[in-house]
Structures are given as structure tokens and as C-alpha cells.
Design a binder for this molecule. Structure first.
Ligand SMILES: Cc1ncc(COP(=O)(O)O)c(C=O)c1O
Length: 381
């Protein structure tokens, strides 16, 4: 008996005793995926124009309740474009959390702005409203602009991320941001299907960005989407995502530096088929999370649960090990036994290309980095 054999047995009982390898998160194709992909090929519309791109956007408006959705080729592009359309400029300071996937910070860097890393909340792993409040104490309005006094930089946006599908203190964050008139761009890459007080994640800020990467709750192969209620922002996002081309029957005219960020029709087709199963996938994953939650209560490993305001998609289930040494042993034993588990990301402020970025107190992020492990979370068939 190894230290974690009861946990390994539990995971195996959920995902198949006989399976030699249990992945962290595998995509599931049980709907109209092949049919819609065939339709694309039969129609020859496989690239950035086609009926599935429109359908993908309409479906996402329906699911999230947002008024507009602009499909992109991946979530990182959606996030970058979100920052651009919110008016982020070179040399701005963008507040985000140190505990996130690198794409959050990279999208900020693409704009020429600098990330400022603040802490996360220990229970919901999202941006800490207290840390944001602490940061904002150093911000004052100069010539109508929010300026961070210690760096002299304009604060261009705040980017909270909904870690593993959990939605944290988003309402408080929006309230704080509004006091200074700073736009909030939600990195909702991981939280499709998650709500906070019954409002969909990604719809609290000025813009929200989702990912449809292969490891997400539903996938388009590669794909992303940004959602907003602002018609001007939506129009600009669509324009910039299509090389800023002015519509004309034959002329090539571009009125701005644009991007080739539009989502291809074949990826949108896959997204449309997958979205038809989103609510059943969320239900399925919530049942798995409940089984994990009940089981881990009997162990010294702590399962990370949603708050009472949040209805999580439980994209990736996460646990906290009692000590960093336990975490290392857990990773070794589970992976050694064919049960895929992963530590959380290295904190962004520690990555070589981000080390010079300014940061606040990161006590909770450091704790999470040392103790957290993601465990298998695929939809169970
Ligand atoms: C938090 C976060 N932000 C952004 C992204 C970027 O999405 P994509 O891989 O679709 O570019 C991802 C996922 O990969 C993510 O997990």
C-alpha cells in the first residue's frame, strides 16, 4: 500500500478500473461533430467565412446571455483582441493574477503593456478583491485617467481569470474597477458553463474571452470567442479580427492595423456540435466533482469546491495536499500508476520573460503553487 493508493483506487473506480492510462482531460465527441465537419467540406466553406461561424456566435450569445460574440482562432487571440478593443495601449499597466496560464500574461505583452501581478483568493483561486483594493490604493485619477503612482503608468485594464471553472469575487472586482473607470476583461477561457449568482462567467466585465482548445470542457480543435454587450466594441473586434478590411465587393482596403484572428468555419462547426452537449457535460462533471468532494472529505487531502454563489463547470478538479512534499509524492505515485495528475502552473511572475513585471503580495498564490494538484476530470461516458 502506497501513501495515496486509496485515492488512486477512487480515481480508477470513476474512470475505469481496466484503463491503463487515465488522462487529465480528454475531449468527448458524441454528437453532430462528423456531420457538421462533412457539411463544411461538402460546401467548400472551410475557412473564415461560413454559416457555422455565425451559428457559433449566436449559440454563445444564447448560452452566456451576452448581446454579441466574435469568434476567433483561439482563446489567446480572443484575449489579446479584448484588450485592444478595450483601448489598452503600449506602456499601460494591466492588473492580473500571478496564478494563471501563461496566455493571460502573453496577451497583455502583445499589446506592449506591462502586467502587474496580484494575489488570488485561497478558496476560489480567482483574483483576490482584497489584493485589487490594495493595488488601487496607489491609483489616482490624473487628467481623467487612472494612474498607478509608483510606476507612473496608466492602468489600462483589470484581467481576472476564472481558475479551473470556479468563479470568484467577480462582482467585487467589477465594483472596484468601476470606481476608477478601469475596464475589466474576464479571462473566462476555463469557465464556459460556469455562473456566479446565475449570471454566466465572462459577462460581468466589458469583455469576456473563452477558449475552445482541445483540453477545455468543449473544444473546436482550436478556437476562442469574445463576448460583450457593447455594440461598438463588438463591431471593432470583428473588424480587427478580419485584417481591418473595409467591406467592398472587390477592393482591398484596410483602415487600421488588423489581425488574422477569425475562427475558421471547420473549427466553428466542431464548436457548434460540441456546444449542443455543453449542459450535459457540465452536469456530468458536476456529478464527478460531487463524488470527489464526498470522497476527499474522508482523507487529509482537501478538494476545492465552488462557493455558494458559484455554479462551477468543474472543468479541472483540484486538490490541496497537506505539504509540498506530499504534493511531490502524490504527483509521483499517481503518474507512476498511469493516473495523470498535474501541478498548477508555475507562477507567472517567476517565468523568465515576466520576472521584471511589478507585483504585489503573492502569499496565497505561492501557497497554491506549492500544494495544488489537478486530478482527472474528463466527462465520464
Ligand atoms: C486561463 C487561460 N487563458 C487563456 C488560454 C488560452 O486559450 P487558447 O489555448 O485557446 O489560446 C487558456 C487555455 O489554453 C487558459 O487556460
Amino acid at each position: 500500500m502506497s501513501r495515496f493508493s486509496a485515492i488512486i483506487n477512487k480515481i480508477r473506480s470513476l474512470y475505469g478500473e481496466g484503463e491503463t492510462f487515465i488522462p487529465l482531460h480528454a475531449p468527448v465527441f458524441i454528437g453532430n461533430e462528423k456531420k457538421y465537419l462533412n457539411n463544411c467540406i461538402d460546401s467548400t466553406f472551410v475557412s473564415s467565412v461560413g454559416e457555422y461561424v455565425d451559428e457559433f456566435e449566436n449559440k454563445m450569445c444564447e448560452i452566456t446571455g451576452a448581446k454579441h460574440a466574435i469568434a476567433t482562432m483561439n482563446g489567446t487571440a480572443a484575449l489579446h483582441l479584448s484588450l485592444v478593443v478595450c483601448g489598452v495601449q503600449k506602456d499601460d499597466l494591466i492588473v492580473t493574477q500571478a496564478l494563471s496560464f501563461v496566455a493571460t500574461a502573453n496577451a497583455i505583452l502583445y499589446t506592449g503593456a506591462t502586467p502587474y501581478f496580484i494575489d488570488v483568493d485561497r478558496t476560489n483561486l480567482g483574483m483576490s478583491a482584497d489584493s485589487l483594493e490594495e493595488f488601487l490604493k496607489d491609483v489616482s485619477i490624473d487628467n481623467g485617467q487612472p494612474v498607478h503612482q509608483p510606476t507612473g503608468k496608466r492602468v489600462g485594464a483589470i484581467v481576472p481569470m476564472h481558475t479551473f471553472g470556479l468563479v470568484g469575487e467577480i462582482e467585487k472586482i467589477i465594483e472596484l474597477a468601476n470606481t476608477y473607470n478601469i475596464p475589466v476583461v474576464e479571462d473566462a477561457a476555463e469557465s464556459l458553463g460556469s455562473t456566479y449568482r446565475e449570471k454566466h462567467s465572462g459577462t460581468f466585465g466589458k469583455v469576456g474571452a473563452f477558449s475552445f482548445n482541445g483540453n477545455k470542457i468543449v473544444t473546436s480543435g482550436g478556437g476562442g470567442i469574445l463576448v460583450t454587450d457593447d455594440p461598438e466594441i463588438a463591431k471593432l473586434a470583428k473588424h480587427l479580427s478580419t485584417q481591418a478590411k473595409i467591406s467592398h465587393p472587390w477592393e482591398y482596403r484596410h483602415d487600421h492595423m488588423g489581425y488574422n484572428y477569425r475562427c475558421p468555419n471547420i473549427n466553428a462547426a466542431l464548436a457548434c456540435a460540441q456546444l449542443e452537449n455543453l449542459s450535459s457535460f457540465v452536469e456530468n462533471k458536476r456529478q464527478t466533482a460531487k463524488m470527489y468532494e464526498d470522497f476527499f472529505r474522508t482523507t487529509d487531502v482537501q478538494f476545492i469546491s465552488e462557493s455558494k454563489e458559484c455554479r462551477s463547470n468543474y472543468w479541472l478538479n483540484a486538490v490541496l495536499l497537506p505539504t509540498p512534499a506530499d504534493r511531490d509524492l502524490f504527483l509521483e505515485e499517481t503518474n507512476g500508476k498511469g493516473v495523470m495528475t498535474r501541478p498548477v502552473w508555475t507562477l507567472l511572475n517567476k517565468l523568465e520573460h515576466l520576472q521584471s513585471a511589478p507585483q504585489g503580495n503573492l502569499e496565497n498564490s505561492i501557497f497554491i503553487e506549492q500544494h495544488l494538484v489537478n486530478i482527472p476530470s474528463s466527462v465520464r461516458l
